[in-house]
Design a protein around this ligand. Structure first.
Ligand SMILES: NC(=O)c1ccc[n+]([C@@H]2O[C@H](COP(=O)([O-])OP(=O)(O)OC[C@H]3O[C@@H](n4cnc5c(N)ncnc54)[C@H](O)[C@@H]3O)[C@@H](O)[C@H]2O)c1
Ligand SMILES: O=P(O)(O)OC[C@@H](O)[C@@H](O)[C@H](O)[C@H](O)CO
Length: 486
């Protein structure tokens, strides 16, 4: 673990404190960087995390640069390209802000720019591809392969079978496969694909969806990928809320540069990776990253404590009228079930008690940071994909020992049921949105915990937890289907 940057400023002093003399990005003199990394999903997190680590590599070799592509819309690439791809990262501690310019991204493109995407993947100087495209973007079916029932996947499959089309694939696995084919055709050589999305064994997730798509579209390409491409798993951590207009004003006050692509993140950052890099990699360990043989305990600690806690606070907090994580952390109606959820996760974690206690204490402090305004609505999105890895995985282990579901997990699942059925205007989750407002506990369990929907004890405990939540006095009106408070 390491802190992302030293924060300056006193708790009692002015809220914004800059560091050193910063040059506006227009005048920024870039380091020479070799074009070795291609990134897909140019969101806030890539810019606060992988780009930050790449920026902070301390090594004598020529620094690596990132050619970054957006996942769905061109906007972020256009904004960044207008400022030479240099942007401000504000590190926001509880007692003040610091700012730095990041220039590790050397090119920013629309992900639909097929020609540049193929060229970047085919370039033999490219050794690493990183991904932050959200959990839902992998289109996984229940068997771990790609979901061929999805219309967008079927569309990509048709394009990939055609092989000659210049039309961009729509899905992230489709784009990746299209780029890998360009690399094979150009004899670009081996490559490492590093997933940085919040999923368990995320390298295997990417490999399985890409391989199943390749086998359906182009079996010879599938064989080449199997022998040439390494899929690296990584645990990634740095709380990075969506940027607001206020953040842009803060960046201007700190640096004098009116940055349209500013990113704000907490001081804490962690990156643990596992897998091979057959074409080399930046010395990310010199910036604090760790390379391990067994990633599982790190992933489980992060997903079952941090992310599970976030999801519980998001659904329960929204129900109680809160807007952000720090607000929910000031409400014992949220923190009591959070402690129970963490107690339950702790029993499943293969880690020493002292390490778990330290992680919990650190999380408590991070969640309480009143200046990281992490909106519950952002965290609440795509619960149908997030809850299985965050809450249901540890729950299944507990049930397998013959123990009943705990109050923490029951409250998290109950709060999600209430979110999906009673806060329809706030639901951002394609699978959950397809459920009717009359969906039962069993219906929502079937989506996130197949099999447990037929477990009468689990269903009864989640229903009881929902009744307890409904009896809590609400801090603010709960939006209804129409968004109009009841
Ligand atoms: N923000 C964080 O605190 C944080 C921390 C750890 C991990 N992550 C991981 O990073 C992901 C992105 O977070 P962010 O903060 O950058 O979000 P963001 O909204 O700023 O960016 C999301 C990026 O993913 C792309 N994308 C979204 N849906 C897609 C789809 N269906 N297909 C292809 N691309 C798609 C978008 O175009 C965008 O480039 C998260 O979902 C999570 O898995 C985020
Ligand atoms: O980014 P998501 O959508 O996977 O999840 C929302 C948050 O739980 C997540 O972004 C955390 O802030 C992050 O995982 C901290 O490292």
């Amino acid at each position: 673990m390491r802190d992302g940057a030293e924060a300056s400023g006193d708790a009692g002093g002015p809220p914004l404190v800059g560091i050193g003399a910063l040059t506006p990005a227009q005048d920024h003199v870039r380091d020479e960087r070799r074009p070795g990394i291609v990134h897909l999903g140019l969101g806030a997190f890539h810019r606060s995390h992988q780009a930050w680590y790449t920026q902070h590599v301390a090594s004598d070799e020529e620094p690596w640069g990132i050619a970054a592509f957006t996942g769905r819309r061109p906007d972020q690439a256009e904004l960044l390209a207008r400022q030479n791809a240099v942007y401000t990262l504000i590190t926001r501690a509880a007692d003040g802000d610091t700012a730095e310019f990041i220039d590790a991204v050397i090119e920013a493109h629309d992900g639909a720019d097929t020609a540049r995407w193929r060229e970047a993947l085919a370039d033999p100087r490219t050794g690493v591809v990183t991904l932050t495209v959200t959990e839902a973007a992998y289109h996984r079916a229940a068997d771990g392969g790609i979901d061929v029932e999805s219309p967008v996947v079927r569309g990509d499959l048709a394009l990939l079978r055609d092989g000659l089309s210049d039309t961009a694939c729509t899905t992230a696995p489709g784009r990746l496969l299209d780029g890998l084919r360009a690399r094979r055709d150009a004899s670009g050589g081996p490559l490492a694909v590093v997933c940085c999305d919040n999923l368990t064994d995320n390298g295997r997730v990417v490999r399985d969806v890409v391989m199943s798509l390749a086998e359906a579209a182009d079996p010879a390409l599938a064989a080449w990928i199997l022998s040439t491409v390494s899929f690296v798993s990584s645990m990634v951590d740095r709380i990075t809320p969506a940027t607001t207009e206020g953040d842009r004003a803060d960046a201007l006050a700190l640096t004098g540069f009116d940055d349209a692509a500013v990113v704000v993140a907490e001081p804490f950052a962690e990156w643990v990776l596992s897998g091979d890099f057959p074409a080399g990699r930046p010395a990310w360990e010199t910036a604090g990253a760790h390379f391990v043989d067994d990633l599982e305990p790190y992933e489980q600690r992060k997903l079952w404590l941090l992310n599970a806690g976030h999801s519980l606070l998001a659904y329960l907090g929204l129900h109680l009228g809160h807007e952000t994580i720090d607000e929910a952390m000031r409400d014992p109606r949220c923190t009591e079930p959070l402690e129970r959820l963490w107690d339950e996760a702790a029993r499943e974690l293969p880690l020493p008690a002292a390490e778990i206690a330290q992680a919990r204490a650190s999380l408590q402090e991070r969640f309480e940071n009143p200046r990281i305004r992490h909106r519950l609505r952002q965290i609440a999105s795509d619960g149908s994909v997030k809850l299985p890895v965050r809450v249901v995985d540890p729950l299944r282990r507990r049930l397998a020992r013959g123990e009943p579901i705990g109050d923490g997990a029951a409250t998290a699942l109950a709060a999600w049921w209430l979110h999906v059925t009673r806060q329809r205007s706030l639901v951002s989750d394609a699978a959950a949105a397809s459920l009717p407002p009359s969906a039962t506990v069993s219906d929502v369990l079937a989506l996130v915990a197949p099999g447990l929907d037929r477990d009468a004890a689990v269903e009864a405990a989640v229903t009881a937890a929902a009744e307890r939540i409904l009896q809590l006095p609400s801090s603010a009106p709960t939006p209804t289907t129409t968004g109009v408070p009841a």
